[in-house]
Write a protein that binds this ligand. Structure first.
Ligand SMILES: Cc1cc2nc3c(=O)[nH]c(=O)nc-3n(C[C@H](O)[C@H](O)[C@H](O)COP(=O)(O)OP(=O)(O)OC[C@H]3O[C@@H](n4cnc5c(N)ncnc54)[C@H](O)[C@@H]3O)c2cc1C
Ligand SMILES: *[C@@H]1O[C@H](CO)[C@@H](O)[C@H](O)[C@H]1NC(C)=O
Ligand SMILES: *[C@@H]1O[C@H](CO)[C@@H](O)[C@H](O)[C@H]1NC(C)=O
Ligand SMILES: *[C@@H]1O[C@H](CO)[C@@H](O)[C@H](O)[C@H]1NC(C)=O
Ligand SMILES: *[C@@H]1O[C@H](CO)[C@@H](O)[C@H](O)[C@H]1NC(C)=O
Ligand SMILES: *[C@@H]1O[C@H](CO)[C@@H](O)[C@H](O)[C@H]1NC(C)=O
Ligand SMILES: *[C@@H]1O[C@H](CO)[C@@H](O)[C@H](O)[C@H]1NC(C)=O
Length: 583
């Protein structure tokens, strides 16, 4: 071919592409308020009608801190509790992650600063029935507007909010139904189960289970909902080493598809792909979950334990001795988790605290062996460990003893990054040292590290679990760690954004370099995680994307870093638009 001709051809193709892009950018953005396509008042009032009057014209939670709604005592109450989950959990649109609150209506700015809606949804449906969810999905599809699903607002990656959107608020879908003897279609599992409405909080589920002598998989934070982002994203908790991830216990998902159709997805019916995807592949993108049905397990006695040391425990060896002792613990945690334990610990300001070990056991004497390798390794590093243990008749007692106080008072408004660390790295002396050096670097940058040590191997012999989209790394990782810094609302906003930059561009690369073969837990990660498809979903991504495209070809559902979200970008005015192919 003549060079001149191919140049011409290239110019022609480029021109055609430009035309195609111009066309598509005018047609494939979702409408935001003031766009011609934005629904009329009459449209909204019809939606309100279709949802039994449960459509809320939203106001940001902190509107009571600003004129003309200023209310000093209500505002003070918000300020006192803003860093904790619960004010946000109870509100139709508020979210815990400050970055995504984006200070558009902050309780910490003056009352004469305007309260703007910013990234919060414009309308919210306070759903109490499946029909309300269906009406919301159909409306968003028909009117080409952005749809958001909010349950508790715990999401750290900005998934449960979105500018110019209609939100479906699933918090009030709170039914709990005990199924004494589950017989699923074709399911090998028969036994006790529970159907939980999407809004049921871990707290409700845990207390309900304890009341019938049972256990259910929940998050360590009791205000996280079971059937929302938690279980769909995998879901770890203090029982992970016994029953695998929360998603491993799911028997059925009751889901409103992007078309508005209600289906039940099980491992064996016509919606088996949806079952697979929703069990670990992430929420907010395949459909709106109305309920899940999950196995429950008989409650049994447990032993709880805790231990700690600090830089003073290592006498003259200070920081070096301290980190040697951390390495010693991390490389021997395998013996604990293989005994069915989960260990939750934190490292901050020269203090190492394993604040909750949860393990099966009838009395404190019955669990000595799994601690022996840890005590001896730490001893070699120069620290004499004193493990304190308590016996409990069931899971709830242990939870209340070790976690309740902490979760009630620990701020959840933070910047976060996360990493799952393969066990093989921690059990190799030199690799474990490299990992610890990166952790030490993060600590020196002022980040608190919180880890959960698990054996996430599904005990399929016990549970007969079905294949699912849980990130496969959960089966090989010993640690899931997050590095956080509490959001400082008294600091200039720009300073917190700068801290976020340090986390993403300085701390994270060090941690990643030290943890080859690692990945990140999609529910507790950095919203700026690069290569998130690979880091959050691994080898499952291709299949998940195919399922997403088949279920939602027009993109009714979008959540940041959820499967298929790479097909969308937000334009300068906050509209969600189709990403240009190969731009
Ligand atoms: C303080 C704190 C502690 C945590 N502890 C744990 C822990 O111990 N273990 C753990 O695994 N995770 C933990 N997490 C992470 C938690 O699992 C995620 O934040 C999860 O996304 C919360 O889900 P949600 O439904 O409660 O919250 P939301 O923020 O309301 O929703 C999260 C995502 O799920 C989608 N979603 C919610 N409801 C539905 C629905 N009904 N149908 C479809 N999509 C839906 C939303 O669109 C969004 O994408 C913790 C988070 C925080 C902030
Ligand atoms: C919905 O509209 C119909 C007809 O206009 C009316 O009779 C009914 O009361 C409305 N329902 C609600 C919940 O507003
Ligand atoms: C925060 O608000 C600014 C405008 O004030 C906007 O440009 C930016 O995209 C918003 N960020 C998020 C995360 O919503
Ligand atoms: C949402 O609905 C519940 C009942 O299901 C009601 O108690 C609550 O007040 C409603 N919340 C809002 C903000 O409308
Ligand atoms: C454990 O107890 C011993 C004896 O009381 C004490 O010397 C030691 O400092 C304790 N270890 C830690 C890590 O607190
Ligand atoms: C170490 O001991 C000093 C003096 O008692 C104390 O001030 C400091 O807080 C201790 N460090 C830690 C990490 O506990
Ligand atoms: C988890 O424990 C099981 C025994 O229950 C063991 O077979 C498996 O190898 C452990 N997982 C890892 C990653 O070591």
């Amino acid at each position: 071919m003549l060079p001149g001709y191919s140049l011409l051809l290239a110019a022609y193709v480029a021109g055609q592409l430009q035309i195609a892009r111009a066309l598509s950018s005018t047609r494939v953005c979702k409408n935001i308020p003031n766009d011609n396509g934005w629904p009329s008042e009459a449209d909204w009032s019809q939606l309100n009608n279709a949802t039994g009057g449960r459509l809320i014209a939203t106001r940001p939670l902190a509107h009571v801190c600003h004129d003309p709604d200023y209310d000093s005592s209500a505002c003070q109450d918000l300020r006192d509790n803003w860093l904790l989950p619960y004010p946000h959990v109870q509100d139709p649109t508020s979210v815990i992650a400050p970055y995504f609150q984006n200070q558009s209506c902050s309780p910490f700015t003056g009352k004469d600063t305007p309260c703007a809606r910013g990234s919060y949804p414009v309308y919210s449906i306070n759903a109490s029935e499946t029909a309300h969810v269906q009406a919301g999905i159909r409306f968003a599809h028909a009117k080409n507007i952005r749809l958001v699903i909010k349950n508790t607002g715990h999401d750290l990656l900005g998934k449960s909010t979105g500018q110019g959107s209609l939100s479906i608020w699933t918090h009030n879908l709170r039914s709990i139904k005990h199924i004494k003897n589950y017989h699923g279609d074709g399911s090998p599992y028969t036994g006790a189960a529970v159907r939980l409405g999407a809004g049921v909080l871990g707290d409700d589920a845990m207390k309900w289970a304890a009341s019938i002598g049972a256990r259910v998989m929940v998050a360590s934070c009791p205000t996280v909902a079971v059937a929302g982002g938690y279980t769909a994203g995998g879901g770890h908790g203090l029982l992970t080493s016994l029953y695998g991830m929360a998603a491993d216990s799911v028997l059925e998902w009751e889901v409103v598809l992007p078309t508005g159709q209600l289906v039940t997805a099980t491992p064996h019916n016509g919606h088996a792909d949806l079952y697979w995807a929703l069990s670990g592949g992430g929420a907010g993108t395949f459909g709106v979950v109305v309920s899940l049905t999950t196995r429950i397990y008989p409650d049994e006695p447990m032993v709880g334990a805790s231990f700690s040391f600090d830089t003073n425990s290592t006498a003259s060896r200070g920081q070096d001795g301290f980190w040697d002792a951390v390495v010693a613990v991390q490389s021997t945690l395998g013996s604990l988790v293989d005994a069915g334990a989960v260990a939750a610990y934190a490292v901050a300001s020269g203090y190492f605290s394993v604040y909750a070990v949860a393990m099966p056991g009838t009395d404190v004497g019955s669990v000595e062996a799994p601690f022996a390798p840890i005590i001896s390794a730490v001893n070699q590093a120069g620290v004499q460990l004193n493990v304190s243990k308590t016996a409990h008749s069931g899971f709830l007692g242990l939870f209340n003893t070790y976690l309740l106080q902490a979760v009630r008072t620990t701020p959840a408004a933070q910047i976060t990054t996360g990493r799952m660390i393969p066990r093989s790295l921690l059990e190799d002396k030199s690799k474990a040292q490299v990992v610890a050096d990166a952790m030490r670097f993060a600590a020196e940058q002022g980040f608190t590290m919180s880890c959960a040590a698990v054996n996430g191997t599904r005990k399929s012999a016990v549970t007969g679990s079905h294949p699912n989209a849980v990130f496969p790394l959960w089966r090989e990782a010993l640690l899931h760690c997050i590095w956080t810094q509490t959001w400082d609302f008294s600091a200039p906003w720009a300073e917190m954004l700068a801290r976020q930059d340090v986390l993403t561009n300085i701390v994270m690369p060090r941690i990643e370099a030290a943890t080859p073969g690692g990945g990140a837990y999609l529910n507790e990660a950095n919203f700026e995680q690069d290569h998130w498809q690979e880091n959050f979903y691994g080898e499952n991504y291709g299949r998940l994307k195919n399922i997403k495209d088949a279920l939602d070809p027009t993109g009714v559902l979008y959540s940041r870093t959820a499967v298929g979200s790479e097909d969308w970008v937000q334009d300068g005015q906050g509209r969600l638009c189709r990403a240009r192919a190969s731009a």
